[in-house]
Write a protein that binds this ligand. Structure first.
Ligand code: F6P
Length: 343
């Protein structure tokens, strides 16, 4: 069998572990040829690829961050227009099944291809943990531990200076990193995109904590968090190439407002891409490895049009059509649980 694979969208720790698991299973166990397309869907649009063997070099990929195949974000309209070209490249390379590894955009493209009759088995990845129909995606645990470590460190410096510290974390339109890192590090407030915040309430929470005699305040702000427009207007960030609202540096703007209203010293840290870099945590290595193994096995069983997913302790297959219907955001009950620890 000839299996094509690619990594699409933003990189994330664990991508190489999936590639290794696919190669070890498909090439090592079944003798398949693995064709890795370069730089996401671009590699398929431009027929750029490498053959990946089950050798020592591939085996060492387990701990390596990033992706050896390279990745890119491709505008969905460009992709749609290029579907015939992608099918042609797959034909030219004699690909029997494609295993795209990616987030919302990549899995949506995988679903289109599958509807066009291309045999596809998707693998979900993202630090944001916003892919539906799987309990979790690999990459999230690594981002979470980096963010948690950073917030732990901010506690001690904030305490020494009696400051308010705002930490902006990634997550796009979902608040999973903020919620989980905030809970794990004992933040005094967590702001997520799913729950618009009121600046007056934020200030009241800060004030109450200092009045009680506490020495510092840590607030984790998801990059997609938004104020209730009645309480504060955010600077316009424009629209990105996918038609999504651009993030505006919400933590910095909120920090300025808190400083203005309360006269307290505020410092803001934006963690940015450090959350996506470096070696995956053991949890992510295991999940990525299991995803890769099951994707290769599903390809061999001919169970196309699906995505591998974690359900409890098992890896199962779910239709791509179901997985891409909506993003998995933080439910209200999870935010309320976290709110029990605010202030
Ligand atoms: O989807 C992963 C992610 O890291 C988001 O959390 C973040 O908003 C986005 O990618 C950043 O994208 P880029 O690497 O293109 O700046």
């Amino acid at each position: 069998m000839r299996i094509g694979t690619l990594t699409g969208g933003g990189d994330c720790p664990g991508l190489n572990a999936v590639i290794r698991a696919v190669v070890r299973t498909a090439n090592g166990r079944y003798g398949d040829t693995i064709v890795g397309f370069r730089d996401g869907w671009r590699g398929l649009l431009e027929d750029r690829k490498i053959i990946i063997q089950n050798d020592d070099r591939t085996d060492r990929l387990l701990t390596k961050g990033g992706t050896i195949l390279g990745t890119a974000r491709t505008n969905p309209d460009k992709l749609k227009a290029g579907i015939e070209q992608i099918k042609q490249t797959l034909d030219d390379n004699g690909i029997d099944v494609l295993i795209p590894i990616g987030g919302e955009g990549t899995l949506t493209a995988a679903h289109w291809l599958s509807e066009e009759g291309v045999p596809v088995v998707g693998v979900p990845k993202t630090i944001d943990n916003d892919i539906d129909c799987t309990d979790v995606t690999f990459g999230h645990d690594t981002a979470l531990s980096i963010a948690t470590d950073a917030i732990d460190r901010l506690h001690t410096t904030a305490e020494s200076h009696q400051r308010v510290m705002l930490v902006e974390v990634m997550g796009r339109h979902a608040g999973w990193i903020a919620l989980n890192a905030g809970l794990a590090s004992g933040a005094h407030l967590i702001l997520v995109p799913e729950e618009p915040f009121d600046v007056a309430e934020v200030c009241a929470t800060v004030k109450k904590r200092f009045q009680r005699g506490d020495s510092h305040f840590i607030c984790v702000v998801a990059e997609g968090a938004e104020p209730d427009p009645k309480s504060m207007t955010l600077r316009e960030g424009g629209i990105d190439e996918f038609g999504h609202k651009r993030f505006t540096g919400v933590a910095q703007q909120l920090g300025n407002e808190i400083e203005r209203r309360l006269g307290k010293e505020v410092r803001t840290t934006v963690l940015g891409h450090v959350q996506r870099g470096g070696t995956p945590t053991p949890y992510d290595r295991v999940l990525a490895t299991r995803f890769g193994l099951h994707a290769a096995e599903a390809a061999h069983r001919g169970e196309f049009g699906n995505m591998v997913a974690l359900h409890g302790t098992r890896i199962e297959l779910v239709p791509l059509a179901d997985a891409v219907k909506q993003l998995k955001t933080v439910p209200a009950y999870r935010y309320q649980e976290a709110a029990a620890f605010f202030g």
